[in-house]
Write a protein that binds this ligand. Structure first.
Ligand SMILES: C[S@@+](CC[C@H](N)C(=O)[O-])C[C@H]1O[C@@H](n2cnc3c(N)ncnc32)[C@H](O)[C@@H]1O
Length: 305
């Protein structure tokens, strides 16, 4: 299923792990082009319900154009960390998170994610609010930028690239893709396009507050689920996956005593979730060939106790 906006990744696996019941209530935290949402609606009966979220107004518009009016569906333009404001706690049978950005966001040159050399680098998922990449760099400075390059994209050493980016922003009051490519060259190792993609990823994560959103979104998703409901999360890079893995492990832990306690004092039995897969699920070879952007996807799933 490909609307041209974005090809939904591991669609069959997501539907299977969500175990869609026709009269169930579901939440899609990351609507994008609506591929996963449309497929969930396809499995729901007249009594089923789906709430979908996206912070990007273009995604909401594209998905509405695709899905049309459907009394079982509500689309909310909201960051998913805030979904508890519209969905009742303990009410959802399944919550899906398909993290990161859509192909449309990457490909549309005016969105400032694209690889066109002279284009402005924006990197906001919602271009109607917040700081773009240049403003963020100008505000936080070189040290913070260096930290982001190291922590978010494992760019080491990051000092030269951080300096090149900061100087470009100071010089031009903006950040162009040419500046990102020059910073990637300044690093002096790896393929320039690959390094540039990792620089973009590192800055994008900060500009959109992605890790804070993810951490709060995972808490919100847990609260929305009923007992027996399922959380399915697909991540696309190691920083995201680490955060998902850690939260899932915390919830699966029976003992919550601080590490180092010689004996358990919390009484145990404190787990609130049961992981359903031991290792993350990845796309089939066939899917990776047909949709190279699916290559880095990792799917994790648990059931709320
Ligand atoms: C990988 S795409 C989802 C694609 C979608 N599953 C489909 O089938 O078309 C991720 C989407 O999530 C949105 N997004 C990312 N982080 C978000 C957040 N914290 N709150 C709301 N939407 C977010 C992005 O704007 C983007 O449209």
């Amino acid at each position: 299923m490909n609307s041209g906006y974005h090809s939904p990744v591991m669609l069959g696996e997501c539907l299977r792990w969500l175990e869609i019941r026709p009269a169930g209530r579901y939440v899609d935290c990351t609507l994008g082009g609506g591929g996963h949402s449309a497929a969930i609606l396809g499995l729901l009966g007249a009594d089923g319900r789906l709430d979908s979220f996206d912070r990007d107004p273009e995604a909401i518009a594209a998905a509405k154009a695709r899905i049309g009016d459907d009394p079982r569906w509500r689309a909310h333009r909201l960051p998913f960390a805030e979904m508890a404001s519209v969905v009742e706690a303990g009410s959802a049978d399944g919550v899906l998170m398909d993290l990161g950005i859509s192909s449309h966001q990457v490909d549309a040159p005016e969105r400032g994610f694209s690889f066109r050399r002279s284009s402005n680098v924006d990197l906001r998922m919602d271009q109607t609010s917040g700081e773009d990449a240049a403003r963020w760099i100008a505000r936080v400075g070189e040290e913070e930028l260096k930290r982001a390059l190291v922590e978010n994209s494992d760019i080491r050493p990051a000092a030269r690239a951080a300096r090149a980016l900061r100087e470009a922003v100071e010089r031009n009051g903006a950040l162009a893709m040419d500046d990102v490519l020059a910073a990637a060259r300044a690093l002096g190792k790896g393929r320039v396009d690959d390094v540039a993609a990792r620089i973009l990823q590192a800055i994008r994560i900060e500009v959109n507050g992605e890790i804070d959103q993810l951490s709060r979104g995972l808490d919100a998703a847990h609260d929305l689920l009923r007992s027996g409901g399922r959380l399915v999360v697909m991540s696309y890079h190691s920083v995201e996956d680490r955060c998902v893995k850690r939260k899932m492990a915390e919830r699966a832990r029976d003992c919550v005593c601080p590490p180092g306690f010689p004996v358990c004092r919390c009484g145990g039995g404190r787990a609130t979730a049961r992981p359903l897969v031991r290792r993350p699920i990845v796309p089939s070879e066939e899917e990776m060939r047909a949709n190279p952007r699916s290559r880095s996807a990792k799917l994790r799933v648990y059931e709320k106790l």
